[in-house]
Ligand binder design. Sequence first.
Ligand code: BDP
Length: 373
Amino acid sequence: MKKIFCVILVFIIALTLVSCRAERTDARAARHKGSVAESRVRDRRKLLQNSTNDENGESDKDGGASEDPAETLVLRLAEVHETGYPTTLADEKFAELVEQKTNGQIKIEVYPDGKLGSESEAVEQMQVGTVDFARVSLSPMAQYEPKLNVLLMPYLYDDNKHMWKVLNSPIGQEMLESISSAGLVGLAWYDSGARNFFLNREVHSVYDFAGARVRMQNNSLMFGLAEALGCQPVDMGMGDINTAIEQGILDGAENNIPTYESFGHVKFAPNYIFDSHSRIPEILAGSGKTFEKLSDDQKKIIRECAKETQEYEIEQWSEREKKSRDTVASQGVNFIELDEQTIADIRERCQPLYDEFAGDYKDTIEQIRNMAD
Ligand code: BDP
């Protein structure tokens, strides 16, 4: 009997010990679970905080648009060109001036080489405020404000001087401001020279364009232009052109000489045809969402600094145009000049585009034409 009692006692003690241990383990597990859950909540809160900051154009890294004047607001500028290209130099100048004139309150980081995405992506990111500034061609921008197509019409300007007369006139200012309809702030115009076709075949008459598959900018008017010449327009990034030509799925594209040179197209499409179909200015734009958070003083400084870089970019542009011309010449480009008749034929083919894309702005077109010397 005594023996049985002892066995039962030992069993009860063992059971109590096991259950105490189990409780401790459960408690630890619960604590661990709690800390995981808590840290998940913390992480999520942080993520939400970041995305709210991002939506507001702020980020953890930049410390946000603080009320504290001593804190630095870091803003991002998107650029598709490489470092050293005229527009990138102007972006950097803009950043430098803004930092200087705001006494370090606003710092603009320039992201070249399309690091923040394509130009259309940069525009869309500015609309939601996740990118603060972008330097883009007016061509993709016109997809967001069709009125801008007026400034892109083929053979609209007689020469660069004529284009600048227009851009610096009230028409240019009105066009610059028109992008507010898309939630953007137009800040400055930059030069981008004349655009010409370059192909892996020679072109000497308007008929030689027939059937060529050409990469065009992401803009309906530009697609229309290619079609008017009997080409097949293709939508693709500038960086994919060379491989596409090499693979035989593209015959060429169109651009100014500095871009033709910097993207190394000469090796793949050595025939550069001087048809000068368009002069498409570049635009430096800001995000409306970012602007909402700035003080009036800061907005004023940004606008002034942007305008100040316009002349600087024009100078850089004209230097680079000459250099690029020499560079591609040394790389074996076949420059093709077209005769007057061929240019007249191309212009005639482009004429219907005026009704289609600028039909509502006939007066403005006439005013622009009247501004030629
Ligand atoms: C270049 C412009 C660049 C455009 C590019 C293009 O500087 O902004 O993205 O043409 O054809 O001349 O896409």
